[in-house]
Design a protein. Structure first.
Length: 382
């Protein structure tokens, strides 16, 4: 029987041969890529790869080895595709991205829409990004805001997409898919909730608390200490403050910002009631123009995948291979397709970067319905 050292020496010899064969294989793949550039052929042939995997699996014994060699060849073919994508991009075969690069946003002359009413966090985020003197108006729902920029009654919309404690705003992801609107910037707004009511209101008088559902979630610990209070969800925190003022009922209170309370003549009964001290909301600035800032450093995309094993794994490899840092991934159900999902991915980069072009080329060939949702500046820094 061979010793452990002898067996390891045999493995080293096999590995050396495999490395040589890998180099030979990639050299041939490069030639294939050059042929496809000249012939205008697609890189990814899904059926051919399935046939190849079945063929190599038939040449080994045992289920473990069959599964293993299919995984190995899946990776080999993935590397081959990526090499060929590089050749296509180098030859200018990416195709023109329908996004126009600009140096800055015209904040001075912009008309901006936010969701909610006077005093909403959306207004605070808008003022933080565009300034206090911005020409603006507000609408009732997120959909109304998306429609306003789609039809041109506003140049930009400022809308929440994620809270650091409550998580993603799912409706916004669905609306980004539905509308042909694009992200051009984002701004992070610190969120500090208060319990506010009519001047002179005592906590013992309160029976009902109004606020946006997310705000109620973000203040659960405080509200749980007053379990006899009924929690009622409304469209916006500022609308909750406005309702308390209009109803003139000390049995009612609102979870809202200090600004909203002051604007609507309420008294802050308890300040800083957030579950988490470091609570913030990420707002996106959306327009109907396919534009991106020259110094943009973050990209958002969406895509669908075949409902089969390994499809997401293979797609994510395009970020790894091109050294792109993926910062976020979300999924939403695809309407009319049970148990199938649409993925939203954020990653670092600029549409002019070679690595980004390589990744997008591969993603377009291998994913379904790929859309670039925007290339923008983090926290509005331009």
């Amino acid at each position: 029987m061979a010793t452990l050292e002898e067996l390891r020496n045999q493995l080293d010899e096999i590995d050396n041969r495999m490395a040589e064969l890998y180099q030979m294989r990639m050299d041939v793949c490069q030639q294939v890529g050059e042929y496809k550039v000249k012939a205008g052929r697609k890189v990814y042939d899904r059926q051919r790869e399935k046939d190849k995997l079945a063929d190599v699996a038939s040449k080994v014994q045992g289920e473990f080895n069959k599964k293993g060699i299919k995984e190995l060849y899946s990776q080999l073919m993935s590397m081959s595709r990526k090499l060929q994508y590089q050749r296509l991009v180098e030859a200018g075969a990416l195709g023109r991205l329908p996004f126009i690069q600009i140096h800055s946003l015209d904040k001075e002359n912009a008309r901006v829409v936010f969701q909610g009413t006077e005093g909403a966090y959306g207004q605070a985020a808008m003022n933080q990004f565009f300034g206090e003197d911005v020409n603006c108006f507000h609408v009732r729902t997120f959909r109304d805001a998306m429609e306003a920029i789609e039809e041109g009654s506003a140049d930009f919309a400022v809308l929440p997409i994620e809270n650091s404690s409550a998580g993603p705003v799912n409706e916004m992801y669905d609306l980004l898919d539905e509308f042909e609107n694009y992200i051009v910037a984002e701004t992070i707004l610190p969120v500090v909730h208060t319990l506010s009511g009519l001047p002179g209101t005592r906590l013992s008088e309160i029976k009902r608390v109004y606020s946006k559902a997310e705000a109620l979630m973000q203040t659960t610990r405080f509200l749980d200490d007053h379990s006899d209070w009924q929690r009622i969800s409304v469209v916006n925190t500022a609308i909750a403050a406005k309702k308390v003022l209009e109803d003139q009922d000390k049995a009612q209170a609102a979870v809202c910002s200090t600004y909203a309370a002051k604007l609507h003549g309420l008294e802050v009964l308890v300040d800083e009631i957030n579950d988490e001290e470091d609570n913030s909301t990420r707002f996106i600035v959306v327009t109907n123009q396919k534009i991106f800032l020259k110094d943009a450093s973050k990209i958002s995309i969406e895509f669908e995948l075949p409902h089969e094993s390994g499809s997401l794994y293979n797609i994510l490899s395009h970020f790894i291979y091109n050294d792109l840092n993926m910062t976020k991934i979300e999924s939403r159900p695809v309407e009319g397709k049970q148990w199938e999902y649409r993925f939203f991915v954020d990653f670092d980069g600029n549409l002019e970067d070679a690595a980004v072009k390589n990744a997008i080329r591969g993603l377009r060939e291998e994913a379904r319905n790929l859309r670039i949702l925007g290339n923008y500046s983090i926290d509005g820094q331009i």
